[in-house]
Design a protein around this ligand. Structure first.
Ligand code: G4P
Length: 526
């Protein structure tokens, strides 16, 4: 691919994630988007609790059992000359670490909000991470086919709680059973929710005064008149659409609609594809930026997933391409080990199948078959590029368990399982400094359950877990380490890189320690 071709390809990419509080409608809207992209033929393919068709993205048995999405998957489709990559994220907050890492691999995010509930806890948390990255955030206020909160209220809450400017791209005309449509400010038209109630025309053009141009019964409807008034008010008193602010993540374009009834989704998709950015330059550890049009290939692993297909014992490293072109069989360098790797067994993700691919460019996600070489956060690069991408966020775990193999004869599979799950970033691993006992740490309780389940099912290793409860983990500089610092109120441990840390019983124990050793700096992760 020559430089010009590469630029054209990269510019057509739109790589994003959808964030929301569970139940706001993320799965439903994803499914509608895939339908528009022709990536699936039938609703209920992504998630079909009721039909028994389990989600294509629900790879793991455990997800089926729980009906929550544990893994993040990648779905790709083409629409209107754009190649769209949607990175799915688990909704459950116990897996937010996984979500945070995925958010490092996207160029923009879509935030789905339930119109009856407004900004919920998980939305707020995820929003913060997106905001920190300074990437554009688009908002879809969902479930307008139900009675929800007043749209003006919702916008106000969004601005107050999330501290971001909002710009309504459209405005609902009624809601619930009275939902007539949306007043589409951006496209200067009215889109009817039920054109069948009128003459079948879905889009009505507006005249210069902002009213429906032709004669239409809706013009006499007070709900419509109210919407027009609201829009006028917004245009006078609200902020103007500012693409620069959107690109910096300081203004969010807001769309209203209903994913379930597929109303407003296509309009949203088209505007989103128009304004969402193509792949941007990515930061390296030494604060340089690598241009996506750079000819040499590079990217980073943001996720490792084992056993996506129970028929093969495979493990896949998900890599976000940040520059250049991937070609099958190419040789790259794994930055952490400086080892040369040949990328021959690589897949890309269409919604209904994993396909072997020949070529992919910056913005795309590829899945590399892995036999244990990769870790979350690894950089791969071609030629002499010699870069390491920014580290992925790591969280300070709060819950801890001591773990052992139930059957002492099966230590080997126990160690293998633990090592692999740790490399995947599914769980964090520590060992007590003095006795080398295994301790695992997690952000949420469900991570332990998944760990136990996967150890048994994938590694044939039954584990015994002894809860240590909540602890405060703090790292210290190895030069400050004195084994006598260990006491009954803390556990002295080392992480998998051999770095010493203390697991304090509570705040009190930590303060006591800090008072006793004022010169020892206690550090946390995120
Ligand atoms: P999530 O991935 O964000 O967790 O949400 P999901 O799409 O699974 O949607 C949660 C519930 O909300 C589902 O109902 C879904 O049908 C419903 N829903 C999504 N979008 C809309 C909408 O625009 N309008 C209305 N009225 N409902 C919507 P459920 O009964 O809990 O799940 P299911 O058993 O139908 O899958």
């Amino acid at each position: 691919m020559d430089k010009q071709e590469l630029k054209k390809e990269v510019d057509s990419r739109r790589t994003f994630a959808i964030i929301s509080h569970p139940d706001a409608g993320k799965t439903t809207i994803t499914e509608q988007l895939l339908l528009f992209g022709g990536a699936i033929r039938q609703a209920g393919t992504v998630k079909g609790k009721k039909t028994g068709n389990f989600a294509k993205s629900d790879w793991m048995e455990i997800e089926k059992q729980r009906g929550i999405s544990v893994t993040s998957s990648v779905m790709q489709f083409d629409y209107d000359g754009k190649r769209v990559n949607i990175l799915d994220t688990p909704g459950h907050e116990d897996f937010s670490e996984d979500t945070y890492r995925t958010l490092m691999a996207v160029d923009s995010a879509v935030m789905v909000i339930d119109s009856a509930k407004g900004i919920e806890a998980q939305t707020k948390k995820l929003f913060k991470v997106v905001k920190q990255r300074g990437i554009p955030i688009f908002t879809f206020i969902n479930k307008m086919d139900r009675d929800g909160r007043e749209p003006l209220d919702l916008l106000e809450e969004l601005e107050d709680l999330l501290d971001i400017e909002s710009y309504p791209m459209n405005w609902p005309i009624g809601m619930g059973r009275g939902l007539e449509g949306i007043y589409d400010i951006h496209n200067e038209r009215v889109e009817l929710a039920h054109p069948e109630n009128y003459d079948g025309k879905r889009f009505l053009t507006l005249d210069k005064s902002g009213n429906i141009a032709d004669e239409h019964p809706l013009k006499q409807n007070s709900i419509y008149q109210q919407a027009v008034e609201d829009v006028e008010l917004l245009q006078e008193a609200g902020d103007d659409f500012d693409l620069e602010k959107v690109e910096e993540g300081n203004q969010t374009p807001v769309f209203f609609g209903s994913a379930l009834t597929n109303f407003g989704v296509q309009t949203f998709l088209e505007a989103f594809l128009e304004y969402a950015p193509a792949p941007q330059a990515h930061k390296t550890q030494d604060d340089k930026k690598v241009d996506p049009y750079e000819e040499e290939f590079s990217g980073f692993v943001f996720k490792i997933q084992a056993n996506m297909n129970p028929a093969h014992r495979d493990r896949i490293a998900f890599l976000r391409i940040c520059s250049g072109t991937f070609t099958r069989g190419m040789e790259v360098t794994l930055e952490r080990t400086a080892k040369k790797m040949k990328l021959s067994n690589v897949t890309q993700f269409m919604a209904d199948a994993r396909q072997n691919i020949q070529e992919a460019v910056a913005g795309d996600i590829i899945g590399i078959y892995d036999t244990g070489n990769y870790q979350v956060g690894d950089t791969l690069y071609e030629g002499k590029l010699g870069i390491a991408y920014e580290e992925l966020p790591s969280f300070t775990p709060e819950l801890f368990m001591q773990v052992n193999a139930k059957n002492v004869m099966k230590q080997k599979s126990f160690y293998k399982g633990i090592q692999q799950l740790v490399q995947e970033g599914a769980i964090q691993l520590y060992q007590t400094y003095l006795t080398d006992d295994y301790i695992i740490g997690a952000v949420g309780q469900l991570q332990f359950e998944v760990f136990q389940y996967r150890m048994k099912n994938e590694y044939n290793s039954e584990v015994v877990m002894k809860p240590l409860g909540h602890k405060i983990a703090r790292w210290i500089d190895p030069k400050d380490l004195d084994k006598n610092m260990h006491s009954s109120r803390n556990i002295l441990a080392k992480d998998r890189f051999g770095q010493p840390l203390f697991l304090f019983e509570n705040e009190f124990a930590m303060r006591w320690f800090a008072d006793k050793y004022p010169n020892v700096e206690l550090k946390s992760l995120l």
